[in-house]
Design a protein around this ligand. Structure first.
Ligand SMILES: C[S@@+](CC[C@H](N)C(=O)[O-])C[C@H]1O[C@@H](n2cnc3c(N)ncnc32)[C@H](O)[C@@H]1O
Length: 298
């Protein structure tokens, strides 16, 4: 197979495929697809990613009556095929994630922010709320919940109004796996030590299921970050990691200003390592902790 499969397409059989290994995507089709994807998700593919589109859409086109990317786009742009649009978005989003990704956000959470905010609550009447925006298959939100569990063991009663963690993502398939909370061996070993695997998971056939006490404070729902956040309510902390990199500067600025409005006073924002925000938002101040950087609403 000539194409690079690093980005996750598993069904690469080309026998009888509509978009076969020999059928190239034209420049016009590629541009049209990029415009469709950016309008729906904000994700910018950039130049020369025809191989990626080809690999990721191959299994969808194999099963569809549309014979080419152009025909598929005609259907998608007509707006009536929500299930097909969702499958294309699932195929085109990069759901790469792992447990306790980069470690330091979870260390900062446990050692600095949870102690500070439990001692000086921003809101005494509602649950303490954390949003994992672009939560993919759930590892980030559950890592936050494990961190909260460990903090509460040492500080029982620290959050008298309970803790709520909301995970959201545009990918239906990712959100469904997050809701199920079931992971295969390959997913489990990425970021969890033996003790965490034993303590926070139960056997589920040849997979593992997140334990009920970690799961009970987490819920997931589909949400496109280009759309309104108002129904989610206000949060003490937002994790928005490894997703802004896919968007244009205008969309980054818009998302950050709406996230600022979704935070309670002096709430905290965690971003991915390669996502500095100084040029997109002046709503936050950078806080340097010994483990790394977090942003606080001014
Ligand atoms: C690389 S993953 C990052 C997951 C997790 N935050 C982490 O850092 O490990 C990026 C996620 O962003 C999601 N995503 C992309 N565009 C989105 C959008 N417009 N709205 C919501 N989620 C989006 C993808 O579906 C994917 O699950």
């Amino acid at each position: 197979m000539a194409f690079n499969s690093e980005l996750g397409t598993s069904n690469l059989s080309s026998a009888g495929a509509s978009l076969s290994a020999n059928q190239d995507i034209s420049a016009i089709e590629y541009t049209r697809f990029c415009q469709f994807l950016e309008k729906k998700t904000g994700v910018i593919l950039g130049l020369n990613k025809e191989y990626l589109v080809k690999n990721r859409l191959r299994s969808i086109l194999e099963g569809a009556k549309e014979q080419s990317l152009n025909e598929l786009l005609n259907v998608l742009e007509s707006g009536g095929e929500n299930a097909l649009t969702a499958r294309v978005i699932d195929a085109m989003t990069t759901n790469e994630t792992l447990w306790f990704r980069d470690a330091h956000p979870f260390d900062i959470l446990k050692e600095s922010i949870l102690p500070e905010l439990s001692a000086n609550p921003r809101d005494q009447t509602n649950p303490f709320r954390i949003w994992s925006a672009a939560s993919s298959t759930g590892q980030e939100a559950y890592s936050i919940s494990i961190t909260v569990t460990e903090f509460l063991k040492r500080n029982p009663g620290a959050f008298p109004k309970s803790v709520e963690i909301i995970g959201t993502d545009i990918s239906q398939a990712a959100v469904q796996q997050a809701k199920d909370g079931v992971y295969d061996e390959y997913e489990i070993i990425r970021g969890l030590n033996d003790q965490q695997q034993r303590q926070y998971f139960t056997a589920n056939g040849d997979k593992r299921r997140i334990s009920a006490n970690v799961k009970q404070r987490v819920r997931f729902q589909e949400l496109n970050l280009l759309q309104s956040y108002s129904l989610l309510g206000q949060f003490e902390i937002i994790f928005c990691r490894n997703v802004l990199i896919y968007f244009s500067n205008e969309i980054k600025a818009d998302i950050l200003s709406r996230m600022a409005r979704s935070l309670k006073p002096r709430g905290y924002l965690f971003l991915g390592g390669s996502e500095p925000i100084a040029s997109y938002s002046d709503a936050f101040e950078m806080i340097r902790c010994k483990q790394g950087v977090v942003y606080r609403l001014k």
